[in-house]
Design a protein around this ligand. Structure first.
Ligand code: AMP
Length: 338
């Protein structure tokens, strides 16, 4: 955490109140360093991962600029139902969960600002998203594939986008989305501000950022800014065949109250959740074989405490933000240890 206050960063009264309403008293490092240049409209390359507070770092200045430029007040009268949706800001995210989470952050931090917003993502029917697009939201949080589908169908027109934010660029790379991201960036031809966040900087991401950002400001923050000191870690050496019996025992004996379990494959996630349920432990699963509705409702049940254990693959569950998780178990050596 930095010693600066949010008021030092140039945020307006309205957004200071919205930050205070979240209970944040001090900006995180990425917030302290990214918010001032972003408010000035600068391009930015941020090396920061989930848990550093990066979502607020890009969302707050985006919202403040939209309000200052007078876009928000036009929100209601932007030609509802006429032609394509023309967003002013576009945030790209690699997974549907992340797109939804970013959209929720826009809603939370922008409450009362009049900034309209929508998440569009694959794996869910288009109907609901299409009717959302007809309201012509100012801010879109989107996964690349579905966004391009809508652009192809002329439901979205990206030529009015002024701010393009690419979140978790390295994960986009892992998922094969970089060509789509390039295509989208080319469609956002009139953009004035480009922001890219990535936890790591593999060469293709470095190249992409050079193409899109040139000599933009670079900010790198150490990982796990918020949480690492508070996490106690331990390793149990267990033969594979003993794991299924040990897990429910551990969960019970150690009073694990809200547990996230990671497996390597979708199959194993499903099998493990089922096995846990058989032992009487409320569990659900989140992985790529489940529909968007199933994933969202599993996450909601986990958030609300109705489900004690959520089993997932790291691909599906990365970046998920749930308060008060008591334990994280890597049932298998993770692809993605962070
Ligand atoms: P993120 O890295 O954006 O996924 O944020 C990680 C978590 O940190 C979220 O639960 C945020 O609500 C929380 N958070 C963001 N900024 C702050 C802050 N300044 N102080 C305390 N918590 C924060």
């Amino acid at each position: 955490m930095s010693t600066q206050s949010f008021a030092d960063l140039g945020l307006s009264e309205a957004f200071l109140r919205s930050v205070a309403a979240q209970g944040y008293d001090t900006p995180t490092e990425i917030q302290a360093r990214a918010i001032p240049p972003l408010l000035e409209g600068k391009d930015l390359l941020g090396t920061a991962q989930t848990g550093t507070g990066k979502t607020a770092a890009f969302t707050l200045p985006l919202l403040q600029r939209l309000v200052a430029d007078g876009h928000a007040s036009r929100g209601g009268s932007r030609g509802r139902g006429q032609g394509a949706c023309r967003p002013i800001a576009l945030i790209l995210a690699p997974t549907r969960e992340l797109a939804i989470q970013i959209d929720e952050s826009v809603a939370t931090y922008g409450a009362g600002s009049g900034v309209s917003h929508l998440a569009v993502f694959g794996g869910a029917s288009k109907g609901g998203q299409l009717s959302g697009l007809r309201r012509n939201p100012l801010v879109l949080a989107a996964t690349p594939g579905r966004l391009l589908d809508f652009v192809g169908e002329r439901a979205i027109d990206l030529s009015g986008v002024q701010t393009l934010i690419i979140d978790e660029a390295d994960r986009m790379l892992d998922m094969g989305f970089i060509p789509d991201v390039r295509r989208i960036a080319a469609l956002v031809e009139n953009r004035r501000q480009t922001v890219l966040f990535s936890a790591t900087m593999p060469r293709p991401v470095e190249e992409l950022s050079r193409e899109l950002l040139g000599e933009a400001e670079r900010i790198a923050v150490a990982p796990e800014e918020i949480t690492i000191d508070r996490i106690r870690q331990s390793v149990l050496h267990v033969a594979r065949e003993d794991k299924p019996a040990l897990l429910p025992e551990l969960i019970r004996d150690r009073n694990m109250f809200r547990v996230l379990v990671f497996t390597r494959t979708k199959h194993r996630a499903a099998r493990l959740a089922k096995a846990l349920r058989k032992t009487g432990i409320d569990s659900d699963e989140i992985h790529g074989n489940r529909s968007q509705n199933q994933r969202q409702s599993a996450l909601e049940r986990f958030r609300s405490g109705r489900v004690q254990v959520l089993v997932g693959t790291d691909v599906a569950a990365r970046g998920i933000d749930v308060d008060d998780i008591t334990h994280v178990i890597n049932y298998e050596i993770p692809h993605e240890a962070e």
